[in-house]
Design a protein around this ligand. Structure first.
Ligand SMILES: NC(=O)c1ccc[n+]([C@@H]2O[C@H](COP(=O)([O-])OP(=O)(O)OC[C@H]3O[C@@H](n4cnc5c(N)ncnc54)[C@H](OP(=O)(O)O)[C@@H]3O)[C@@H](O)[C@H]2O)c1
Length: 186
């Protein structure tokens, strides 16, 4: 066996393979954390659609079956992965995963630098502890709804950027694009 006389000769550990893609939530939530009502969005925010499209374009998106039903079709330009317990269900343009881990593994096959979990409530709830970044559009209103986003725990999360906009004819409430990063690695 060849003796290694100098520690510098040891092969350097590679980070490749250890650094996975960023796992993120992207969500719009009112001041009282409502994200949905009767399987639809309880506001009209055209700029949030544009923001969502720009952030997620080309990336894998993971969603619950209800959210997929609310969209009524797959979102173009993105790898759509729908989490469902259904097995004999194969809508066009989407990948199906029977649990969240499988959805994430499927998303990783794309080699994208970021994987977006796009909702809804049930999927956000189950992945709150494993995401590293949250893009939250804060909708500055208290609205009535039936689906909620968890409160962001500021002991665990740091607000790293925010940009606010007033309501206008295409956005029916004022809103802030917030970006949160987890303080400790997920
Ligand atoms: N404001 C926002 O940013 C935003 C974003 C997305 C959605 N939304 C809103 O959120 C609402 C939908 O949210 P939701 O909580 O009702 O539903 P959801 O999270 O979109 O989907 C729930 C469904 O996903 C599947 N599922 C969840 N966890 C699973 C697991 N661990 N393994 C296998 N399957 C699993 C189940 O589908 P099966 O029943 O088929 O098994 C479950 O019924 C709508 O109002 C929508 O408009 C808002």
């Amino acid at each position: 066996m060849k003796e290694i006389s100098n520690a510098k000769e040891l092969p350097k550990p590679s980070l490749r393979g250890l650094e996975g893609p960023m796992l993120s939530h992207i969500v719009a939530a009112s001041e009282n954390n409502v994200i949905g009502s009767h399987n639809a969005l309880p506001w009209k925010l055209a700029n949030d659609f544009i923001y969502f499209k720009n952030k997620t374009w080309g990336m894998p998106i993971i969603m619950g079956r209800n959210t997929y039903e609310s969209l009524k079709k797959s979102l173009p330009g993105r790898i759509n992965i729908v989490v469902t317990t259904k097995t004999n269900w194969h809508p066009e343009g989407i990948f199906i995963a029977n649990n969240i881990n499988d959805a994430i593994e499927k998303a990783k096959e794309s080699d994208a630098k970021e994987i977006f979990i796009i909702g809804g409530g049930k999927i956000f709830e189950q992945t709150m502890d494993i995401v590293s970044k949250i893009y939250r559009t804060r909708v500055h209103a208290d609205v009535t709804g039936d689906t909620f986003y968890p409160e962001i725990n500021q002991n665990k999360w740091k607000l790293v950027s925010e940009k606010s906009f007033p309501a206008d004819d295409k956005n029916n409430y004022p809103y802030t694009f917030e970006v949160w990063k987890r303080k400790e690695p997920a």
